[in-house]
Write a protein that binds this ligand. Sequence first.
Ligand code: HEM
Length: 506
Amino acid sequence: MALFSALTLLVLAPLSALVLRIIYNVYFHPLSKFPGPWYAASFSLTDAVICLLRWEHEWLLDLTKKYAHTNMPVRIAPNVLLFPKPSTIKDIYWDAKHNTKSTLYGTGVLGPPHLFSTLDGNEHRALRKALGGPQWSFGALKNTWEPRIDSLILLFTSKLSHLAQQDQPIIICDKAAQFAADIMTMLSFSTPWGFVENQRDERHLLESWRDGLNFFGFAARFRWFRETVLKSPLLKPYLLPSAKDTRGMGYLIGQADVQITERERRIEEEGYTQDKPDYIQYALQARVNGKPLDPIQKRAHATLLIQAGADTTGTGLGNTLRFLTMNRACYDKARTEIAAAEEKGFLSTPIKYEETITHLPYFVACIKESLRVGPPGPQQLTRMCAKGGAWIGGYFIPGGTEMTSYSYVVHRDPGMYAPDPDAFRPERWLESEKKAAEMEAANFGFGVGPRVCLGKDIAYFEMYKLLPEIIRRFDLELVDEGRYLVAGGVAFNQGLAMKLMVREVN
Ligand code: HEM
């Protein structure tokens, strides 16, 4: 009898705690007035599991549609509100009061803190001042990096021509990701790692990045796990990445370590300098409050670049090729525009960034539309609502709430993109200047405000140069549209296959 009572208690106690937790979160929590499914409002584990299953982007879009009639932000986890409307972006991301990131970013799963994972807004500002700057803007890129990017484009197209002659489908998304990874290693370390030259995933960079995404997404979204398990001195060493790992994020940290150590050795022993510094040179020269970055920070920032800028841009490149080949009318229009510009002698070989901007407006619209419909980084960009709370989008948000917008959702706002928010329709960017400016302001794919993507101009630069060059040189035929996968809030493509036929270029 005593054993029966003990067993009953053992079952009933946790069950009651669970029920009480659900009742509190759904009816009495400061966010209980906001709409959202009870199972998401009760447990952050819900979103973590959905993310692990790679459904998050579709789930958040479905929730937004389901609760659209309420016009309110949607509660997607006990303490997290999703703001689906473009009109609220400015109030959340430009207000310095809310510029603290939530602990969703502070798991340590991407390695030691860097720009992206620094939570405090003031600390971030000082770091960003040291590492960002005009060297990463279009103007500087044209002078410092365009000739080197051109060489890589020529190598890339010659490798593609060779493959095209074999008359076999090419997994073009992998080739695009390899190109972007080479650009990123070149910008970071001066010498590309050879992804394009050797036609493979050098040092498993892309594989390692993708390997780490599921854990990153799960750990970040499951609040108890990130704030308890990952903070435990006992468990941390087994769960967080280490430079000694042979796979995943840890492996990337190890590779960044190799690069920084070697560069410091060269500077020390050979007096090595650079006329046109690469990214790690800037990281080594950076000063925060008059002091250089410490060894861990230097390595963390070298890791960040290969994490943030390689596969993301590769996905943007692959997505645009998919959308174009699936929408043949758009493809034909883009091709006609390139042919007309070529006929008039407006295009160099390879195409310059400025030439695309000036002479290929339709192509530019295709890229913008691809980044809208298939954002490469549909991440929860959570910010802490300031103490005392704030009025956002007509609703009072309690202080301490984690507030996020989400590009995959914001970019499909039915008001902004009526009548066809889900359609790939580049023409929408060319219909009216006023509308285009509004859509530009609603572009959330790179984040917004003081923490906007540091490599936004680099990503556009690559896309504006490589993509029209591919369409100019090859006839593309879609064989398999493959899959756009979102893991841990970052997208990549799988299995996008095309047949390429070489065209004559003047
Ligand atoms: C299409 C390609 C890319 C997309 C969609 C993308 C997207 C993003 C997003 C959404 C953020 C987070 C903003 C936030 O936390 O609020 C970010 C941050 C960042 N990105 Fe990118 N990115 C891309 C390419 C690149 C490239 C090429 C680089 C290389 C320099 C880069 C470097 C960074 C860095 C360093 C940060 C952290 C900035 C900070 O917190 O101050 N990204 N990016």
